[in-house]
Write a new protein. Sequence first.
Length: 318
Amino acid sequence: MVVVSQNQQKAAKQTFIGKFAQKLFQYLSINYRCVMENPRLFLMRKIARLEVVRDVVCYFSRSTPSVPVSHLSSRLLQNLTVPTVVAALKEHGYCAGLAIPPDLIQEIREYADQATCYGDRNPKLPFHYPEKERLEVALNRKFQVGAYLDHDCTAIEKVIRDPGILAIAAQFLGTTPTYIASELLWSFPIATDWTQQLKAAQVLHYDIDDYRSIKFFFYLSDVDHLSGPHSCIRGSHRNKKLLHQLLGQRCASIPDEKLIAVYGGKDNVVTFCGSAGYGFVEDTFCLHRGNPPQQKERLMLQVEYAMNSYGNLRVYQS
């Protein structure tokens, strides 16, 4: 039988209070900076979490997109059509079946080998992918992710400007799409705790990057269940519980199992596996996660469009 002394209980309580106070200070500090430096972003982040607000804003923001709806010259849609993809997005919150052609895959992979990558998105930890293990040994630490923070790759630019995904974005957003971000990211198989997984978006969450936004994902390596595949909960982009709307992006603090149970159970979890080039698209309000890789690393490209641009969204994330 383990007996916990009053001193141990007091110490544990003080530790908890200290951590809570630290997190609260960080949260208030970031929000204050956002109010002062980017009030449009602050307002959007606070009210766009409510579905009724998003619907009203999107209704009055509708306009004729200035991009063509034709996808005939697209190299990414394969046999999909724009209306089919948009219909699936509205009904399920996602659509799979996109693909990057082999020549662009090769070009992006060559770029990933040669360009500077940053361990755990830290600008102070630059490395080149072939030298990753050597740096990890030198630092006596393993990287959870590796990000190309300022990529300059012609093949990625072709993906960003592809007429097919621009047409999907335009029809889904109901206005001319604004390109807001892209990221080329490695996810590595290492042992992690919940806090690390939360920081790397490896727990269920949804993104509030605008009143409506859309994100395209493409694997640049073969991805199976051991490689950290992306998952989402079908239909969770609509009709969220009021509490989960009020919590906004802090829904990520709720255990995945609880969120899955609320939104249809395990049968409603969709996991995307596929060979290099495989792609899919999501409504960013759909609950999703990148599963932690178990045995194999994963290289993925994300491209996001929205109705508006608010600058660097990562600066004001707590």
